[in-house]
Design a protein. Sequence first.
Lengths: 45, 133
Amino acid sequence: MIVCVAAAKRRGITNEVLAPNIRISGLGQLASMIDEADRLVTFGD
Amino acid sequence: MAATGKKVMVTVRKAPHGSIYVQESIEVMFIFATYDMDLAVVFLDDGVLALQPGQDTKGLGIKGFMASLGALVDWEVTKVYVDRQSLKDRNIPEDAIITIGKDEETDAPIRPQVLDSAEIAAMMAAQHSIVSF
């Protein structure tokens, strides 16, 4: 699992408080993953 | 960098100042444009409120987004649309929304293109992915 660095920082989430097996990356990775993916599913309010 | 030109849409549906979503949607737009994705941006529902001119967030102590939206064309985010009905429901005249840049040749101001819901729906159906804010 990957969390967006900008969104995380804004909400006080850093490497120190992350749950195991989750890492921080950037929006560029989201762009790359969308590019490779067949489907994108988002959950929001 | 990825450069397959996949069609990706960013939708902005939230009011600008009650949450950070509009700001975060702009960050995503800029990154997607940098990655040469075939990006379309649509403002609809309360998201159209972000297109009203003269919004100043200084008093809120948060970063303003007006300058970013006003420079979308400079970032090569040129396919920017707004839902006609959403504007109408909020009494925002179609010619009262902000400019997102200037035409390179004529210097004419560029505004988001106002579309009917059916046109937006057809555009959504043609996307590879839609990222919703």
